[in-house]
Design a protein around this ligand. Structure first.
Ligand SMILES: *Cc1c(COP(=O)(O)O)cnc(C)c1O
Length: 479
């Protein structure tokens, strides 16, 4: 039977004790009393939880006060900050997907440093529409009649299903009931939007006749979902947009309660045909519209290479219904995103320029010899800065990935700087570069070596950041 004194919970310090500990008093000038009390309480709570879970049996005031002080200091440090991506995953969802083109960065800066024309028509001096800024460009680039951009593609899918398929039937192939990542699954979005999902076909094969049998008077939509992050290979069959269009036309001609629409959730949203990928190239938005889709939706920050957004293109009267929907207000874009999106779209007016100016497209399509030059420059800089006894450096041919659910089967040839550790080790260095370096550096680990992929590097100063990061890691080993 433990006595009270053996109960470690009784040894937890009072909040006042934590506040008067030197770790806290030395930072006290930078914070209010409420802020300090808040972090002290959080640190004591954490210690209590650790005792209850049996992780800690002997709470130490020094540790708790240091934890509290670190919590306070974290307030001063940006949590969302720039990262050097040396991983070779181009549309890296965890690292913010697409890097904005220079002109898009500038457009954001310009529009937030003062007031803007967000909803102001300079010609009439009347209220304007925020939807107008990007619509003309999107239409010019895709051949669509009309367009609307919302918060992201998940929001776009939700809006389309809610407006056009709620309380009606939406037919979708079992091969396309995908999970995109996180909590975005097609069956769940269907349920959320009150569309009645009608599954047809099998996982690997869906025929025109499968859709045909599913059509009823109440079919509001034939939905096609781009599988994005995986590919079915082998004994497979799917019906393309042409096929769905023909079916919808026949069905609509026969007359029903609701018009049957063809909607494609394209996911990636390619504007440019990426010839560098040959048969892996994704269909462009223009191609899906031309093939007969009434509506197509896609992301702004995947293959398009712009800011986070979801873009819906299609028939004018359908897009108008979306603009009038209450969800359009709830899911609308802010001025920073609109500025970045408009500037990104403008670059596509010259497709050749887009391939070099839009970082995502540059990374996807750059000839490997260009990547090799960048890798060589990085290796030279590292070689100059690091003592010979620390590491061996070499260039190695590797495979980069598109990421972001685009081009999943596509091997993109790339060149990495391979770091072999003569002192220290790769895992610990990886951890240091990500967790302790001022600008986190995300690398690849392979066989006890670190690989620095030159394809996903953005600016020249990233080389300096990496050189400094490695140098600091090796210096810390010495001290
Ligand atoms: C990525 C993706 C989505 C979600 O798009 P977000 O812009 O991330 O919201 C939806 N559908 C498909 C097919 C996708 O690939």
């Amino acid at each position: 039977m433990p006595t009270n004194d053996n109960n470690p919970l009784r040894h937890l310090p009072q909040i006042e004790q934590v506040l008067s500990h030197p770790s806290m008093t030395c930072i006290a000038a930078a914070f209010t009393h409420e802020q300090l009390t808040g972090v002290a309480r959080a640190a004591v709570d954490t210690a209590r939880t650790r005792i209850r879970e049996g992780v800690c049996t002997n709470p130490d005031i020094d540790d708790i006060a240091l934890d509290a002080a670190n919590r306070a200091l974290l307030f001063l440090k940006p949590s969302l900050r720039r990262v050097v991506n040396a991983s070779g995953v181009i549309i890296h969802t965890n690292l913010g997907r697409s890097v904005l083109a220079k002109s898009a960065q500038q457009a954001v800066a310009d529009c937030v440093s003062g007031y803007s024309t967000l909803e102001y028509d300079t010609q009439t001096q009347q209220r304007g529409s925020r939807h107008a800024h990007c619509e003309r460009l999107i239409c010019a680039l895709t051949g669509a009649e009309a367009a609307i951009a919302v918060n992201n593609n998940a929001a776009a899918v939700m809006m389309v299903l809610t407006e056009f398929a709620a309380e009606h039937e939406a037919v979708v192939s079992r091969g396309e009931l995908v999970e995109i990542g996180g909590s975005f699954r097609i069956p769940d979005i269907m349920a959320l939007s009150h569309a009645r999902m009608v599954e047809v076909g099998t996982t690997n094969k869906t025929h025109v006749s499968d859709y045909e049998r599913a059509l009823t008077k109440d079919t509001a939509m034939l939905l096609k979902v781009h599988p994005s992050n995986y590919r079915l290979i082998g004994f497979t069959e799917a019906v393309d947009i042409h096929g769905l269009r023909r079916l919808a036309d026949q069905h609509n001609a026969a007359g029903g309660n609701t018009e049957t629409l063809v909607y494609e959730d394209q996911g990636s949203g390619a504007f440019a045909h990426l010839d560098c990928f040959g048969t892996y190239a994704e269909p462009t938005v223009a191609e899906s519209l031309k093939a007969g889709a009434d509506l197509v939706s896609f992301s702004g920050d995947k293959l398009l290479g712009g800011p986070q957004a979801g873009i819906i293109v299609g028939k004018r009267e359908l897009i108008q219904r979306l603009k009038d929907h209450p969800l359009a207000r709830a899911l609308r874009l802010d001025k920073m995103t609109l500025a970045a999106l408009e500037a990104t779209l403008r670059i596509y007016l010259e497709p050749e320029v887009a391939l070099t100016e839009i970082p995502t497209l540059r990374m996807l399509c750059e000839p490997v010899e260009e990547t090799r030059k960048r890798a060589q420059a990085l290796m030279d800089a590292l070689e100059k800065a690091l003592p010979k006894r620390c590491a061996e450096l070499a260039l190695t041919d590797e495979i980069a990935r598109a990421g972001g659910g685009a081009l999943p089967m596509c091997d993109i040839p790339t060149v990495c700087v391979q770091v072999t550790f003569l002192v220290g080790d790769a895992q610990k260095c990886e951890r240091f570069l990500a967790a302790e370096n001022n600008t986190p550096i995300v690398v690849r680990l392979k066989h006890e070596q670190i690989l620095l992929d030159a394809r996903t590097l953005v600016d020249d100063d990233e080389m300096d950041i990496m050189v400094a990061g490695f140098r600091t890691y090796f210096e810390k080993l010495d001290s």
